[in-house]
Write a protein that binds this ligand. Structure first.
Ligand code: UD1
Ligand code: UDP
Length: 352
């Protein structure tokens, strides 16, 4: 089999690493990197740490409005798919790179494999929700991480070649957790004690693109007494600078550059709580059994909400503070598979 994998954004590199490892045991994979994320700490570092083979094509699309960014990807991916004539095009998650890859392949009648299919927040104002719905509806293979995702697809009459194989991000965590413990020095670099800080990540457009939401989030952070460490996403950094919002006045806050995956796993595993609006980080908090507070109104990862393992707070200052201060002791279940999603994906494609 010859498969073209389309990648572009940080979480996609992490998701692709375990799948690519299994796929390449017997098959040919070509990686197309759209260049949606391009800073070395948003891209190269993951290829190096996770031993992902160098992209065969690097499209240098970069940042831009949705139309420009997605349009440029469409044009460039099309040329490659026509020239390479693969058996499948594989896409991950819900970014503009996902949509572009899926749309090109579907129009060229190349079957699309969507990994992390069926997720829904039911909020179409999120660009990710539009990308997911469109991608699912043109995909031939839909690999879902949870039963909820399978159910969501069924509600949209998508039932053919839909499989719950578990979450590839769980595969990645299991594969790299010990390595992270061995290699990462991030705690000592920043003077952090185990279970002595909260970990923060914020980047979702619905938060960063709204000055009031960002004001609320920062007000809540300034009222959290404990040490907080925040590897800041470039989008958030740029937006805060544009609003003239300054993080220096927030007590006990350490703002750091985005970190690599092994450092991130270490920061997550040793945090008191994780405060985030990231999809991947919500799940990793669950895998690591670290209580999570999600700065969004909805989440696709509804399993994490059971027994307050993850608490949705939106951008309400009081709710955010209450959730961070609340003592929780949830029991965690195997809602995201057994850590062998990648093998199952490859086996199922081989069978067809
Ligand atoms: C994208 C995805 C989002 C995903 C996130 C993962 C879409 C619509 N959004 O959001 O679903 O959760 O990636 O992190 O696809 N920037 C840099 N350097 C980089 C990359 C981005 O400075 O290497 C800055 C630029 O100012 C850019 C902004 O971040 O305009 C946003 O980047 P973009 O890729 O458009 O969206 P993300 O917010 O990263
Ligand atoms: N991540 C990382 N370094 C960071 C922040 C996040 O390695 O500084 C990892 C995190 O562990 C998770 C993934 O990036 O695996 C999540 O990506 P992100 O939050 O950018 O996107 P989302 O999951 O919300 O689409």
């Amino acid at each position: 089999m010859k498969i073209i994998t389309i990648l572009g954004a940080r979480p996609q590199f992490i998701k692709a690493a375990p799948v690519s490892r299994v796929l390449r045991e017997k098959h040919t994979e070509l990686i197309v990197h759209t260049g949606q994320h391009y800073d070395s700490n948003m891209s190269d570092i993951f290829f190096e740490e996770l031993n992902i083979p160098k992209p065969d094509y690097y499209l240098r699309v970069g940042s831009g409005n949705h139309g420009k960014q997605t349009g440029e990807m469409l044009e460039k991916i099309e040329e490659i798919v026509v020239a390479e004539n693969p058996d499948y095009v594989m896409v991950y998650g819900d970014t503009n790179s996902t949509l572009a890859g899926a749309l090109v392949a579907a129009k060229l009648h190349v079957p699309v494999i969507h990994i992390e299919a069926g997720l829904r927040s039911f909020n179409k104002k999120m660009p990710e929700e539009v990308n997911r719905i469109m991608t699912d509806h043109v995909s031939e293979f839909l690999f879902c991480p949870t039963d909820t995702a399978v159910h969501n697809l069924k509600n949209e009459n998508i039932t053919h070649n839909v499989f719950n194989i578990g979450d590839v991000m769980y595969d990645a965590v299991l594969y790299n957790k010990e390595l992270a413990e061995e290699k990462s020095t991030i705690l000592s670099e920043h003077g952090l004690d185990k279970k002595g800080y909260h970990l923060i990540t914020i980047h979702r457009a619905e938060n960063t693109d709204d000055v009031q939401n960002m004001n609320n989030i920062l007000e809540a952070f300034s009222k959290i007494e404990e040490v907080k460490v925040w590897p800041i996403h470039p989008r958030t950094k740029h937006k805060l600078a544009g609003y003239g919002l300054d993080l220096d006045s927030i007590p006990n806050l350490k703002v750091i550059d985005p970190v690599g995956y092994l450092d991130m796993l270490t920061l997550e595993a040793n945090a008191l709580k994780i405060v985030t609006d990231s999809g991947g980080v919500q799940k990793e908090a669950y895998f690591m059994k670290v209580p999570c507070v999600t700065v969004r109104e909805q989440t696709e990862w509804v399993e994490t909400l059971e027994e307050d393992a993850n608490i949705l707070v939106g951008t309400d200052v009081g709710k955010l503070l209450d959730a961070v201060r609340k003592e929780v002791s949830p029991s965690y279940r195997d809602a995201f598979g057994d850590g062998h999603a990648s093998e199952k994906i490859v086996e199922l494609i081989e069978k067809r």
